[in-house]
Design a protein. Structure first.
Length: 367
């Protein structure tokens, strides 16, 4: 293996692989990245046994091909610190990977490429094409509500449903739920769904940009693959049944609050300074065209504000974890938001009045 490549090309590829490489590994080879070189390209692959990422970059000069594995983080740090526009010479010398530039020589240890774990990819998968921007929006609007190290392992990921010409993402930690939908250009023949692990969906979110480039998603029974601009990310899915989220979304007769999103968020921020450190609870009192927010703590400190709003329905006295409300408000882009209340002890439904594609449910705190 002997080739030349620009600093910019190799750093871009190494950066993509680092999210998968764990800092602490039980198997030393999992700290390494797999090099595969042919006449025109360098393919880098990293895995943590649950997921795998591989990306291809163009080499500037080819001498000979081959495979090896080398420490991912050391490689990344070294290449990143080289001067811009540097042409880097990589070649194998026995069991060492030699790296040379105009002014420096570096020597890294390697492990055999035959020992690098191969990720098994399913043959039968549903395939869709979606723009990077749409996929990034679906993830960013919902992923924050995923469980984190919950004993109910099926909550520690993002539920992905592909049905006909619609893609739906849902996340819940049993205290709040986020749902987003988007239309697809082509219908799929069979409805498919799966739970993508937290780490994997975050990596896919980093991989896709805000542009219009196409992302190919393949969703199978046990794995998901995402391909964008020459980079492929593959992950196992979480086993288990995701909660019936449609049953969680409240419906029926409700009271409607329409309020300026920024004003509501700013008031919550100020009042919650004096909320309990443990529960972060804020109390919301509503009556006709009136919204009162209050909080107190064990030190007997308290704060309250009245917020201009439109409100129709029964008077509500309810409390929420302010962090759950704020995360939803920061995710929405609309000037105003709508909150449907179904009683003082039931979950509320938060929506964007300009979009039917986003729904958020928050459970109340006991007052």
């Amino acid at each position: 293996m002997d080739f030349y490549i620009s600093k910019e090309e190799v750093v871009k590829s190494l950066n993509l692989t680092l999210g998968v490489v764990e800092k602490r590994q039980t198997l030393p080879i999992l700290s390494n990245v797999l090099f595969e070189v042919d006449e025109s390209s360098l393919k880098l692959t990293a895995t943590d046994l649950e997921s795998e990422i591989s990306t291809t970059s163009t080499i500037s000069n080819y001498k000979s091909g081959g495979k090896t594995t080398a420490p991912a983080r050391k490689l990344s740090d070294l290449c990143r610190l080289l001067p811009d526009m540097t042409e880097i010479h990589f070649f194998l010398d026995g069991e060492n990977l030699k790296i040379e530039t105009e002014s420096g020589k570096y020597n890294l240890s390697t492990l055999p490429s035959e020992d690098f774990p191969v990720f098994e990819i399913e043959e039968t998968q549903s395939q869709i094409n979606i723009s990077s921007q749409n996929l990034k929006t679906l993830i960013s609007k919902t992923a924050f509500a995923m469980g984190n190290q919950d004993w109910r392992h099926y909550l520690n990921g993002l539920f992905l449903l592909i049905d006909d010409k619609t893609i739906t993402t849902v996340a819940t930690d049993a205290h709040r739920l986020a749902l987003a939908t988007s239309s697809l250009n082509e219908a799929v023949s069979d409805s498919t769904n799966g739970i993508v692990p937290r780490k994997s969906i975050n990596e896919i979110g980093k991989l896709v940009g805000d542009g219009s480039e196409n992302v190919v998603i393949k969703l199978g029974q046990t794995s998901i693959a995402a391909n964008v601009s020459g980079t492929t990310f593959v992950s196992k899915l979480i086993e288990g049944k995701f909660p019936d989220y449609e049953q969680v979304i409240p419906s029926g007769e409700s009271s409607l609050l329409v309020v300026d999103r920024k004003n509501f968020s700013d008031s919550l921020s100020r009042v919650s300074v004096l909320s309990s450190e443990k529960y972060k609870g804020v109390r919301i009192l509503t009556k006709e065209n009136s919204l009162n927010i209050s909080a107190n703590n064990p030190e007997k400190e308290q704060g309250e504000e009245n917020v201009v709003c439109e409100y129709k329905g029964e008077e509500i006295d309810i409390a929420f974890n302010v962090n759950y409300l704020q995360e939803i408000l920061s995710t929405l882009d609309s000037e105003k938001i709508e909150i449907n209340f179904f009683g003082s002890e039931k979950s509320c439904l938060i929506t964007d009045p300009n979009s039917e594609n986003l729904k958020y449910v928050v459970m109340p705190l006991l007052i």
